[in-house]
Write a protein that binds this ligand. Structure first.
Ligand code: MG
Length: 271
């Protein structure tokens, strides 16, 4: 016969653990055993860092935003993934239908490489909300294949601030949280300047300006180095150019309407 004297406390204990997890204070969201970031203010993925203020974006992105006439379309309206390949160079295997691509097995990168550019990306995290923190709607846009602008479902989903949607992952949280609800199309408009090297040494770090759903979330902010988890890797000259890479983090995130406009080097320009 079942011993309810043991079962009931066990259920109560399990419920208490669930309640404690749901009510986890922000201070326990991330890590405090990681290295300090280079400016000495926060640990990498510090859960105590202030959560960005929530801002409701003014523009509801229902229809794809058409590219300017000189843009290179990376994901267009058809079923064409010709601009892409898997990270190991094999043909792109992500599912692509009527202009919508779904994350698949492994990271997918553009065949072309870039340095400075304007990049437009539209994405949607799953409408069926599943998982928590870094496990909910996680993907990412890796600039030059090295510098991640995080994709995550950040509506009612606390995580360490430098890992939420639109974060420069592991480095800077967005200025505000301008996320749209799961399942809705969202936009990133990214202006990126590649790092510069002189005699093999870093001369100027990579810098990025990002608009999330039309709201500025990074303002010419410099990356401390290539993106990494629980650490920051050093700059090396091979970070000076690279592809646009989309992350497969095991969550079914969708992308559409991705286009890019390379920007001429400021010093080399005749403007
Ligand atoms: Mg990610």
């Amino acid at each position: 016969m079942r011993n309810w004297g043991l079962v009931v406390p066990a259920i109560a204990c399990a419920l208490a653990i669930v309640a404690a997890a749901a009510a986890q204070p922000p201070g326990q969201l991330g890590y405090d055993d990681t290295p300090m970031q280079p400016n000495g203010r926060w640990h990498i993925h510090d859960g105590k860092r202030p959560q960005p203020k929530i801002v409701t974006p003014g523009v509801k992105n229902v229809e794809p935003i058409p590219p300017p006439s000189d843009a290179t379309v990376l994901i267009g309206a058809g079923d064409d993934l010709a601009a892409w390949q898997m990270i190991d160079g094999s043909p792109a295997t992500w599912s692509m239908k009527a202009g919508i691509v779904a994350t698949g097995k492994g990271m997918m990168r553009t065949k072309a490489e870039f340095t400075d550019f304007q990049l437009h990306v539209e994405f949607a995290t799953p409408s069926t909300v599943k998982g928590d923190g870094q496990g909910r709607g996680n993907s990412g846009v890796f600039l030059l294949g090295k510098f991640e602008v995080q994709v995550l479902d950040s509506v009612n989903n606390p995580t360490y601030p430098d890992g939420q949607a639109a974060a420069m992952y592991g480095q800077y949280p967005p200025l505000v949280n301008a996320s749209r609800p799961p399942g809705e199309w969202q936009t990133y408009d990214i202006v990126f300047a590649a790092p510069r090297f002189a005699q093999g040494r870093l001369d100027k770090p990579a810098a990025v300006t990002v608009f999330h759903n039309g709201v500025v979330v990074h303002n010419g902010d410099a990356f401390w180095g290539p993106t990494a988890h629980r650490k920051i890797d050093p700059y090396t000259p091979d970070t000076a150019k690279g592809p646009i890479t989309l992350q497969d983090h095991g969550n079914p995130v969708r992308y559409r309407n991705i286009w890019i406009r390379p920007i001429a080097d400021r010093e080399a320009s005749e403007r």
